[in-house]
Design a binder for this molecule. Sequence first.
Ligand code: ASP
Length: 341
Amino acid sequence: MKKCILFFVFISLIFFDHAFLCAQNIKSAGGPTLVIHGGAGTILRENMTPEDEKAYHEKLKEALNAGYKILNSGGAAEEAVVAAIMIMEDSPLFNAGKGAVFTNEGTNEMDASIMNGGDGSAGAVAGVKTIKNPILAAQAVKSNSEHVMMAGKGAEQFAADRNIERVDASYFYTERRKKQLDKLKEAEKANEEGNIKPWKDYKYGTVGAVALDKNGNICAATSTGGMTNKKYGRIGDSPVIGAGTFANKTCGVSATGHGEYFIRNVVAYDIAAMMEYKKISLGAATEKIVMEKLLQIGGSGGIVALDANGNISMTFNTPGMYRGYIQKEGRPRTFIYKIEG
Ligand code: ASP
């Protein structure tokens, strides 16, 4: 009997896990391509109103259209990913820029990075509090400095010196994110007192974009507010080149999820390395990393990626991931759940 129950639990666990796996691989249509995400996580249909869904689809489409306009007129992949990310950073819907989550201290501290696969250049900022569009600062670090990553006050000074727009920290205050912090802190306190299990915010609303331009260059970028209730200057994977963002001549990857797992497993680079060294396809590499390697160690999240031919992968091990892509014909397609309907 005991064996039977254990077997049942085992089977349910496998089924439960796999119910949340999604590998959406789209074949190349040739020409410029852009794929974006607005975060993975516990995004459940029952918690979303039709208005919420509409708002997310519309914002994702706006970001895709902005990037496509640049790519279609011969612009660089780098410009396209920055344009797409800025639209999502300016929206309170996503955990980046305006909609950044709160730290334990009640502040908003953002991270962003960008890597150009054409020349291998990269830039990142971490823990910035007053830069309206952190992706612009990351791009400036990449293009106008000899460094790859700048943090905190230094990064803010660097941005100010380059006339990158800064705002009062209060610009990042949103009621919705404040409530998430309060709820998480309450649960944490109750848990410390031994009362209930902590409520965890498993919605990773980070934004990311990967583009392939007409010259065949790939660029990947990611921007985030990190994780709600983060402490002591915690930095996630998003500004870490190789973990949350990576691009070379083979592929480009932007990740979202529980950052610590993505850093320890160097997720974005691992996907590129698997393709390069094992000569496997983008789809096979992303499935291996997100749906096997990460899943086995409890690393929840997902990635968007594309290869040098324009094949796309949107793969995640959570119930949902805000995501979308646009190919040569210019029609944006957006998704939220594993199965749309
Ligand atoms: N990966 C981000 C972090 O850990 C969170 C997210 O994807 O929303 O900071």
